[in-house]
Structure formats: structure tokens, C-alpha cells
Design a protein around this ligand. Sequence first.
Ligand code: SF4
Length: 407
Amino acid sequence: MRKRETKNLKREPANSPAPRPALRTPCLIARALLDWFAVNARDLPWRRTRDPYAIWASEIMLQQTQVKTVIPYWERWMRELPTLQSLAEAKPDTIHKLWEGLGYYTRVRNLQKAAQQICANHGGVFPREFDAILALPGIGRYTAGAIASIAFNQPAPILDGNVIRVLCRLHGIAEDPQEKRTNARLWQLAGELASAAATLTQHALRKTTGEITRQSKPKINKGSDLPTALPCSALNQSLMELGALICTPRTPSCGVCPVAKHCVARRENRVDALPRPKQRAAVTERGFMVFLVEQRGRFLVQQRGANVVNAHLWEFPNLEANGKADVVELAQLEFGAKPTATQPLCTIKHAITRYRITAEAYRVEFGAQRIEGGKNRRWCRHDELARLAFTSAHRRIADKLRGQPCG
Ligand code: SF4
């Protein structure tokens, strides 16, 4: 019989606690981020709720748009359409008007389509499973991860511009973040942090965040224990917050960064070089002539069709000028009648994706000639113009027009 090898084994006393394993780097980073977030998180209105509908709406609005711009839009949206059901049943004009000025209007149409699907297929209850969230219109991997983690505290990773910047610097990643393999690695690193947050013991979190909250008042709301109660939710928000407040594109505040001691870019003095800058598409200039035609105190406006940029929104009749600056010639082309007088109102410059657009707005008069409205067009008084959802550039023209008598 084989002799039992017990000679050199030391027995643990029966009542001694299990030895604590040293925390791995993702756990150390996750804990540092959660501690920092407990004190430094901004008090944003969508952080005061766990309603997945409200969090989803905020995430869609925040795409391509700054927090300070989104706050009044989100508050108005939640006042007017407080539930999934109210969004599912809202008129297209209502949702476009609530979104007016935020741009990228496909987002709002997809929001409504998704709300209608949730009502039809999920009994009106926002789905909790990542794959079911991802299957909804307008929801990609980032947004599904944000909703699953922020609303349901699941360890689903997120990767947006802020998180990419933080992770590239933290791990010294010099490759193009959009390149397939590098992008997959960034998702994996984000996933490791989300999983680490989920595994951190409540004891470890309470101990550290408790010490911090005793020293300074948390900003989310008084006595907030978000990082201890919902670590996956707080971890993803802390990554985004770090990118927004500390690890900023230019001149990051490395001196007060909670993960500075883990940061490869800082250690190797490569902060300014990371992440690798995006290759920008060449800018294209486009010019439009906008016609302000008034008859009997009403202005002619038209609604953009489906399947075009800014679909469903309203605008004044216009033509792409293509270098031609002759307003009379272009107006004749548009209305089939020669103007009797024209008067410049304003020039609006704006940018959409890679296009830099200049819109020249003119009042155009046709004397006794009658201009027909036609399909998708209508005549509106000033107060009606205020109620329609206009494209951003044409809203600025309508604002300029208000209060000015037609010459
Ligand atoms: S140390 Fe500086 S570069 Fe590194 S993560 Fe923090 S703020 Fe970003």
C-alpha cells in the first residue's frame, strides 16, 4: 500500500480564514475606477434611474452628442414620453419634434420601431438578455452592453470613443483601434474589466468606497452606493467618465488619474501619441440656395421624403447650387416662374459628416404669379413653422425669418 505523504504538510487551524489571493491587474484597475467613480461621478439625470427605457433613450441621444446638449432633450423626452408604450404609440411628428436639433434622425425612428417591437414581442417589458437587446433596431454591440450593464448590472463590456482612448493609453496600444484584430483586443480588455468588477467581493468594494465616502461627499446623490451595489453598472460608467473628465483627448490630467500607476502610455511617455488618430475622410464643400416664398402671410415649406438624410423633417424649398450663385436663375428652375424681386436673408454654415455646407437663404417674390404648393409642400404661418420639426440649418433660417416683415 502506498504510504500517505503527510510529513511536510502543515495543517491550517480549523477556524483560520481562507488565504486571500492577490488581486489580478484587471481587478486592481476595476477597484481603482470604482473608488474614483464613487466620489467623482457627475450627477446626470439618467444616473438617478434604473429604468432601462430611460437609460436606453439617454444612450441613443448621447451618440455623437455632448452630455450638456443631451440633458434638456432627455428631460423633455421623459416628460412627454415617459414609458415605452407612450413612445410606441407616439405620432411621427411628435418624436421628430422632440428630437429636432439632435441630428441623425434615423436614431429616433429606430427608437420608436424598437419600442413597438418590445410591446409586440416582449409584452412591453424591456428585455434583460444581451442578445435580445442587441436584436432590437438601432442597437449595436456598444448600446446593448451599456443597457445590459447600466440598467441590469450585467458584466457586458462597452467600447465607445472614450473607452477606446482610455484602454489604448492604459495598455499602450499603438495600432489602429478600428482595425479588426486591435478592435477585438479592445473589446476583450473591456470585457476583462467588466468581469473583474463582477467578481470583486462586496467586502473589498465596501471597504474602499466606504473609506472614500467618509472623506468626501459623493456627487451622484447623497449616500450613493452605486459602485458597491451595482459594480458592473458603475464600472462601465466609470470608464466613460474617466475618458470624459480625466483621460481627455488633449492634455489629460494624469496627475489625478486613479489608474495612473497601471498606465503604460504614461510610464513610456507616449500619452500624446495614443490612441492612433483616425484617418479623416476628405472634406467636401456643398452649396445650397434656399428660397423663402411668402403668399398671404404664409411661407412655403416641404417635407423631406423617406430614405434620404433627415427624412421626415421639414425645410424651405432649396436647390444645390453647384457653384451657380444666380438666385433668379435657380428660383426659376425650382418654381417654373421668374422672380420679380429677391432679397438675401442670411447665410448658414454647418457640417454633416464629411460635408461642409453653406446655405444661402433669399426671400423671393413672384408678384402676381401664383406658386403652387404641391406634393409634400404646404403653406405655413410663423406659429406653424415653430411647431414643425425642421432640419437644423432650416430651423436657423426660420428663426432668422421670425419677426421680419416680408420685403
Ligand atoms: S495616466 Fe493619463 S493617459 Fe493614462 S489612463 Fe490616466 S489620464 Fe489616461
